[in-house]
Structure formats: structure tokens, C-alpha cells
Design a protein around this ligand. Structure first.
Ligand code: ADP
Ligand code: MG
Length: 311
């Protein structure tokens, strides 16, 4: 089979059909219906072998994560995911049955989990495996949660443990297997929580490049500052044995968490917690100015925020 028919064979029926798709894989373009009174939400993220995942990462995990990171962006706006398109640049030695089957299975698993359809894509040959996923979703326009809405006095929250993926990556690069490997390979996009936060959160972002750097994106976009209480940032017990510096390095600068970071008024936080207990965790407060101040047990500390640098 040619490369193209291989992919067609494995991808065409890999994911569930979605009621809004009029034409999916197989024609020049896909055609989709947008639900009445909704807007289209779209994003794209590209993963390059050796840069966004280590060589020899299983094809299943690569496919799964390429989609998950995009769904995480949709989650960060409160959107409902609908479909993906996949641009696949494949080295010749990977255009084989085993790779395409496992890759398709990874796509299938995450798309089934969230009820989304693979509606198209493009396939080319390239020296380095590169996957570019475009994700589409829907939202009622006024409901979208952007980065710009944080207000002085809002509480800063995260949706779960921070630093696990960075811990796993460090272990992997040192040649150790770690109990947190799945946090690195199989991030869990917080789709449902993102939707639940509509009407509550004032600003939101997903944590891909490190909590410190991603929170700063909210601060810059909203024109505010923040105080973080580092002892309140949730972490997996595996991080409890690390020194403070090591732990903060994973939590503030590590990235690949794909948890949500959001701001919410104290009133809304109380209401939200009453209806949705134990889903978001307060880690700080929005302040006037434009600085990110870090505190540990009430004492201000000096720690360099340097998230993932793309260039
Ligand atoms: P064209 O040359 O018109 O761009 P292609 O031959 O590239 O069309 O693709 C044919 C069909 O297969 C299209 O519907 C396209 O969306 C789909 N397709 C190609 N590559 C992929 C892929 N990696 N994932 C999903 N669909 C794909
Ligand atoms: Mg094409």
C-alpha cells in the first residue's frame, strides 16, 4: 500500500462521526454546520519529534498528546470541542503499517473520549516527524473565557497537580522511568471543567509552557499583577521529597501540565465550590500593578520565572 492509502485506510473510520459534519475525510474540504447562535473556536498546535516529545515516544502517545494539547486550548476558553484536522509529516521509515495503526489508535482513543471527529488533514514526507493538529469547537460568543478579564482581588486557581509532566520528563532524560510518565504522555484536557467555569471565571489559560509564564500571559493581557502562595500549589506526592527549588522549578517553569489556570471573584469562587467541590484550588490573588510576586509561608521569595522558550 502507498503511504497515502495506508493513512486513508487507518484514519478514515478512526473517530466517531459528528452530527455537525456534512462532509468529512475524502473530499477536497470538509464541510461543517455551526450550531445556531454559536461561534467557531479554532486553534492549532504543532509537535516536532525531538523537541515536543523525545524520540522513540510510542506512536499512540504522540497522536493522543497532539490532540490533547489542542483540546486543552479549547478547554481554556470554555468551548465545546467538535473536530480536528491533522497535518502529518512523516519520515519514510515510519510510513508503515505498525506506526500508522498505532497512531490512528491514539487519535481514535482521544477522539472517542471527547466525541470529536477527524474531518480532514494532509500528509507529506519529511525528515522529522511533525504533527500539526487543528482543533475546532463551538461556543456561544459572549460565554468565552479569555485572558483579559482578571480583576484586582480575584483569586487565582489551578485545576489540579502542577509539575508532574516536568518531573516525568526530567526522570526520562536521566534514563529513569517515573511513576508520572503518563502525565507527560497522556495529558488530560480539562474540557468539562472549562465549560463548568463559564459564568464563574473572569480569565483563563491552559498551562502549557509553565505556570509562571502562562499566568504572566493573563497578567499582561488583563493589565494586573499577582501574588502566588507557592505552598498552595497542588502537586503529586512524588514531588514532595524534592527540595523547594527543584519543586518550584517543575511547577513554575516546567510546563506540559495542561491544567487550567484561572481567575475568579471571591463571591464566584464560594458559589462554584459549593456546587463543584474539589475541582479548583486557590493558589494566589490578583493585585494592582504588573508584577508577579512569589511567597512561601508568608515570606516573599526570589525565584526566576523562565518558562519554555520557543526561540
Ligand atoms: P488534496 O490533494 O485535495 O489536498 P489529499 O489527497 O491531500 O487531498 O487528501 C484527500 C483526503 O484525505 C482529504 O479529505 C484530506 O482531508 C484527507 N487526509 C489526508 N491526509 C490526512 C490526515 N493526515 N489526516 C486526516 N485526513 C487526511
Ligand atoms: Mg492535500
Amino acid at each position: 500500500m502507498s503511504e497515502f492509502s495506508l493513512i486513508y485506510h487507518y484514519f478514515k473510520h478512526a473517530t466517531p462521526r459528528h452530527a455537525n459534519t456534512m462532509i468529512g475525510i475524502g473530499d477536497d474540504c470538509a464541510i461543517s454546520l455551526i450550531p445556531p447562535n454559536h461561534a467557531l473556536v479554532s486553534c492549532v498546535d504543532t509537535l516536532v519529534s525531538g523537541r515536543h516529545f523525545v524520540h522513540h515516544t510510542p506512536a499512540h502517545a504522540i497522536a493522543y498528546k497532539s490532540v490533547a494539547v489542542n483540546l486543552s486550548d479549547l478547554a481554556a476558553m470554555g468551548a465545546t470541542p467538535y473536530a480536528i484536522l491533522v497535518g502529518l509529516s512523516l519520515p519514510k521509515n515510519m510510513a508503515n503499517d505498525a506506526f500508522c495503526r498505532d497512531f490512528a489508535q491514539g487519535l481514535s482513543d482521544i477522539c472517542n473520549q471527547f466525541g470529536i471527529e477527524l474531518i480532514g488533514g494532509d500528509t507529506t514526507r519529511s525528515a522529522i516527524l511533525t504533527i500539526s493538529v487543528t482543533a475546532l469547537g463551538f461556543i456561544a460568543p459572549k460565554q468565552a473565557i479569555t485572558r483579559t478579564g482578571a480583576n484586582v482581588g480575584d483569586v487565582i486557581c489551578v485545576s489540579g497537580n502542577i509539575g508532574s509532566a516536568s518531573y516525568a520528563l526530567a526522570a526520562k532524560l536521566q534514563g529513569r522511568t517515573s511513576p508520572l510518565q503518563s502525565a507527560l504522555d497522556y495529558p488530560k484536557p480539562q474540557i468539562k471543567l472549562g465549560q463548568t467555569l463559564i459564568g464563574y471565571a473572569s480569565a483563563m489559560i491552559d498551562i502549557s509552557d509553565g505556570l509562571g509564564q502562562d499566568l504572566k500571559h493573563i497578567l499582561t493581557a488583563s493589565g494586573v499583577g499577582a501574588r502566588l502562595n507557592l505552598e498552595n500549589i497542588p502537586s503529586d506526592p512524588n514531588l514532595h521529597t524534592l527540595s523547594h527549588q527543584q519543586k518550584w522549578q517543575h511547577q513554575l517553569n516546567g510546563g506540559d501540565d495542561y491544567e487550567l489556570c484561572l481567575t475568579i471573584s471571591k463571591e464566584n469562587l464560594a458559589k462554584f465550590n459549593q456546587q463543584n467541590p474539589n475541582q479548583i484550588f486557590a493558589i494566589g490573588e490578583i493585585t494592582a500593578g504588573n508584577q508577579l510576586a512569589l511567597f512561601y509561608d508568608g515570606n516573599q521569595i526570589d525565584f526566576g520565572i523562565k518558562g519554555w522558550q520557543h526561540f
